[in-house]
Design a protein. Sequence first.
Length: 302
Amino acid sequence: MRIGLDIGGTKTDAVVLDAAGGVLERVRVRTGTGPAEVLDSAERAVREVIALCGTQTDDYASIGVGIPGVVDRETGRVHHAVNLGVDDLGLGERLRERVGVPVQVENDVKAAALGAYHLLRLHGSAAFLNLGTGLAAGIVADGRLWRGARGGAGEIGHIPLDPRGALCSCGQHGCLETIASGSAVARLWPSKAALPAIELFDAADAGDRRAQDVRHALAAGVASAVRILVLTVDVETVVVGGGLSNLGERLLAPVTEVLQGWGRDSPFLASLRLPERVRMLAPDLSAAAVGAALVGAAEAVA
């Protein structure tokens, strides 16, 4: 059996996979802030899911961890996980010392890409488009993660679309992330609501013209991300996940409308059948945790 952890800014999900890749159990614990708290949260999640299964650590072949930030896969060190208050943490080695099971650490979006590929039973090539606070993608080809020469494959959120646009966290202007992400919604639709994206879409549905303009800009940004992924790596499927994907059909419909409009204007884009390649990830699927468990097994990683 294998364990997968998805360490997020507020919660850590843990799953146990059996030898066939099926989910046996899952738990969720609160994630602390700072290196010590993050490590404690990871250990607590591991021990709770093991207890839920009625098993021992000796029954597990591996633990995979998906975590935001820059990950050194060789050492299991995590850098610049800003939302977790972590600048440098030897997560892989320290978690292995605590629980006695080999640990592999991977960036959370890449782990989610592998998990979505597995859970949705996809074939060939696919991309997981994560619409969270930022925007990034993970790419899977024939069941294996594709990281690129230096691990930057899928970082399409930092492709500038408008050099005169908003300043991006990467230092460039007008990046795709400044148009299609949770942070983009927060900037374009300032709100004190607990769920600003829901408020935005509700206002747009009620006829608010400014909300409709922001919704269209968001949909066009997501559509641009889909187009970039297809035109650069020609993935068969683009799975949309992350916090904004919880909008479901409310987001998919305007994105599809933009893609269809491009197809009417361009026979070339029409030939790519972009709308047919997009799928939304159901919110109840623990893609990052499942993908992390698969990453933990060496044979699942290219």
